[in-house]
Design a protein around this ligand. Sequence first.
Ligand code: ZN
Length: 123
Amino acid sequence: MRRTSKILQRHEGALQGSEIARLAERLVARLMIASTLSLPDVACRLGVHRVTVWEWVQRGWLPAIRVGHRYRVPQHIVGALLHPVDITTDPDGEWRCPAQRCRAAFGSAAALAAHLATAHLGE
Ligand SMILES: [Zn+2]
């Protein structure tokens, strides 16, 4: 009897553990979606066609994560593309654009990479 209840307890613990894992997974997915933008949203904000954004993602120029069947772009990448730091006024920009006559700098390597691929496309 005591042994059975111990086994049951252990089984219950395992069930709770997997439930917690599933909850954590769902929470992470929600957080990821909350801090990212859909490709049509990115296209709208950057003022380009959504097919263009999709091509940037396909070519690895724009960092994106896959959530389900769709790609999503981290919001901070899009924000950095829209509001790059000017290194003449903010010398702390760590990732400076190496292109001549460009004064953009970014807080992350990913943002600089996306900038290089999109802003200097075809240079
Ligand atoms: Zn640049």
